[in-house]
Design a protein around this ligand. Sequence first.
Ligand code: PLP
Length: 379
Amino acid sequence: MIYFDNSATTFVSEAVRAKMIELTEDPVSANPGALHKLGNKAMETYEGIRRETAGLLGAKPEEIFFTSCATESANTAIKGYMSRNRRAGNAVISTKTEHKATLECLEYLAKQGYEIRYVKAGMDGKPVEASLVEELNKGDVALACFTLVNNETGAVLPFEDISRTIRSVSPSTAIYLDCVQALGKMPIDLSKLGADMCSFSGHKIHSVKGNGVLYIKKGIKVDPLILGGGQQDGMRSGTQSPVLAGAFLAALKEVSEGIEEAREKACEINSYLRKELSERGAKILSPDDALPYVLNVSFQGFESETMLHCLEIYDIYVSTVSACSAKQKKVSYVLLEMGVDRKTAANAVRLSFSRYNTMDEAKEFITHVDEIYDQFLVR
Ligand code: PLP
């Protein structure tokens, strides 16, 4: 099997599995909120996990909240910030290339009467500086929402430049940053990053599904999304799960090591595939300076889903961002926003790598692409 769909989800690592088994043993699986000593022990374990997670992300423990996924983190940050800070402004800026976890929150806010302003994206997938300044200059911007690494193309946000512009044109604007596809693939130090709120997802870094993290910088006020027993300082009610938090931490520990070496390996795979596929007439849609873990490529003569299923025959797994429905052919809104034409976008396939993929897999992939062209291309 060749699994090139790591941006959709990753396989669970051995360390995560082992940690989860350890944390489901009898005494530690008590309710961390219980008053008896088993509860205290579970809470100690949980708070230890929170401290270590915070340490690896460059945050303070009280700035870290465990959630069920990055979508929940995004909902809490975006909706919660706007509801808590009504006097900060009525506008939110973002781009149309965000993940649905952000875009749907913005849609929701628009229905509540907020003004959503979209900054234009360039062919390189990055927000256009002049458009950002123009939208900020209109004033009243409470919140800016961006993504550090785009999930469809790997485009990397020049966050230092973006945050500098926001801080100089509209200093009171808070910044939410989706860090889901960046975690473990580039160094992240929240104490230096300059974002006010960030989301992370466990299942993209070899943890199980069902665990995410929300970072809220000290001093930033956010209304909770989930109300109840007041756990996690009232920010996220619901009985804490040391098992899921521990799974996130175990995964984070692994991907925090050897980031540079892993990136070099991904670069080698990416460059090889870019070259080989281009020589076969495929069009590379990921920007040249994208993170090497994602390669968006449009195959000549094959619609996305057809290529996906052809590859599946060879036990190769990739993603398509264009899904056909009976009524309508959906094409990636991210690619369209970047200015890719509809026909090219309709043939786009996303290959996404993890630190565990190899050059041998990349070579085998190309062999099978050749076979697919020989067997299935109608000339
Ligand atoms: N943001 C980005 C960039 C993503 O790629 C994803 C998942 O595909 C999410 C947010 C949502 O993550 P989760 O599945 O943890 O809700």
